[in-house]
Each structure stands twice: as C-alpha cells, then as structure tokens.
Ligand binder design. Sequence first.
Ligand code: FE2
Length: 357
Amino acid sequence: MKSKAIRLERRGVEHGAFVAPDVRARTPWDDLAFIAECQRLWDEDRPIVLLDALGDAPRRFAAPIRASLALFERLRAGASFQDELWERVGPTKELRPAGASIDAGDTREIEKVFADGLSQRRAVARDLYAKLSWIAHDERDRSLRVRFSFGSEALLDWQGETRRAPWAERFAEAVFPECRAITDNGALLALIEQLIGTRPRLSERIVYNNAPGGGALFHHDDEEHQLGVVFSQLAGETAWFALPKHELAESVAAFARGVLKKRAGTPRKALRALDDTTDEALSKLLNATPRFTRHLVERGTFFHLRAGDSILLPSHGPDAVCWHAVYGLGRRASLAHSYGIFAARRGAANVKRRPAR
Ligand SMILES: [Fe+2]
C-alpha cells in the first residue's frame, strides 16, 4: 500500500505535505536480524519505530481509551481536573486525595493534583502528583498533557529517589487504566530489556492529548538515570521527526545563516547551540522553517505513528540522545502514553552514559 502524503501544520506554520517512508507492516519481535537492527539503532541514538507494537491492546482497552479522550475534551472546556481525576480513580484503598495546586508562575500549568499512597490506611508514599498542562505557551496549540511523578519538581526528587516511583506509576494506572496496554506487553518489555541490558521500569509517565495543528517542538529527554523513552500511540495519529543530536547539529550547521551562522555555523558549534533553549533564531530554524523540515524528511528522519504503534527514543548522555519533534494529525486530538525508561535496579543497565563531546 502506497503511503499518502501527510500535511504538516503546527502552531500556525504550514510545513508542506510529506510521505513517511514505508516500514514493515508489523513488528517481528522474534526475528533475530530485527533485534540486532534495533540494537544498532539504539546504540546510535536513533529512533526505533515499532509498527503495531501494541497488538490488539487498542481494541482491548477501547473503553478506557475513549474515556480518556472524553476526559481531555472536558478538561479543555474547563472541567476541574481534581474532580475528574478522583471520579475516574473511584473507590480505592491504595490512594487518597492530598489536595491540589496551581502554579501561578507557569502559564502552561493548569492544575496539579496530589495523592498519598496508602498501605493498611497509612500514608507510605506522600506527594505523588498528576500535573495537567498545556504543552505550549502558544494558544494555537490546544494539546494537553498529564505528567505523573512525585515530590519536589524544583529539587528533581524523581531523579534522586526511586522508592516512590512505583507509586507514581500506580497512580497513573488508577487514572488511566490503558497504561496496561503498554506495561502488560511482554514482547515490548523484552525488547527494551534487551536494548538496555537489564529489566526496565517505565516511570515518569506522561499522557499526551496532541491536538491537530499542535505538537512538541524539537527537544530531547536526556535526564540523569533515564535511558530513553517509549512513546505509544493509543488513538489517533502523530507525525515525528527523530534523529541523533549530532546529526541534527549537522543539519543546523548546513542551514545556519545570518546571526545564527556565527553561533551554529559548524556541526561542533551547532551541537553546543542546541543546548540553548532560549535561542530564538535557532528555534525558528528547527521548528518553523519549511525548507528545513523538507530537508529533515529527505534525510530520512520523518515517521508516522498510528494507533497501536510505538517509538523508542534512546538517550545515552547530553550529546548522545535522540532529538525529536511531534505534529498532531487528524481531525481530533489523539491519545498517547510516553514513559521514561529506567533500569529497575539502578546501576544495573549496561548502557554507560557518554560524556558531552
Ligand atoms: Fe520528548
């Protein structure tokens, strides 16, 4: 079947229509050549697109998926996240409400809902949270996301501590039962285990509701102890650009003009320039320059995810990480779950972090 061209428009910028490459129709989990190819891609910080990775899970979890999509529509229309969240959790002996807050300093944040994890009615994991935000400051992007974590965001508690991580995961599953479409997928977990060399835990969960005309700008998710990300499309579709940071830097250097030429005119300079998230000229090139977008398509870094597909984004260090950008497609906002990949036992992964170049 010939793929159709996909029109890319994000935050008011029309990038053109592009065809995603033909990839195999179905992930051949047990094919040794396929696994070896995945390992090569992973080690080179390249994205791994796993078509139909979720099998029949989007059908099995059709009811909670529909409910999640409807929840996001109500939230977009101004419903109380706290009320909606506890309504979805229902009666439970595992979690209890612990308030809610709104961060006036972050215009993207809508509401943060706290919970305590309980064991025999005693709070054993405090300050778990679910944070609802817009993904962009730009009002043309109506995409929403909910992040599950715990403790102080400013102090990066989630990086320093592992004890409460399983509780944040339980909280995520209580609110979004379709988490199990990913976490019960033995073949997917086995592949991730193979790639990182140890049993994974999937934490720092984010549920995305990417709206048409919206989506994430180019970024990376390299964080201490986080070995990568697994993003799974449960309903609707998204388009992706994903490539190793040093290759993105090569492309930036080739396109840098004017003021940007000084800062990012060589691949080496561009590699450093990418670390500055406040560089407006660079952001314009990366995210709002159709010529550059076309170049990235020609470079083979363009992918299309439909319901049931997953993409793995490796992260081996600040300069050895898969950068990526997302476009919401279709007529309605979609549903996807994005989980950080960590070693279940810290320090057990055989993937060493690579220092900055
Ligand atoms: Fe990301």
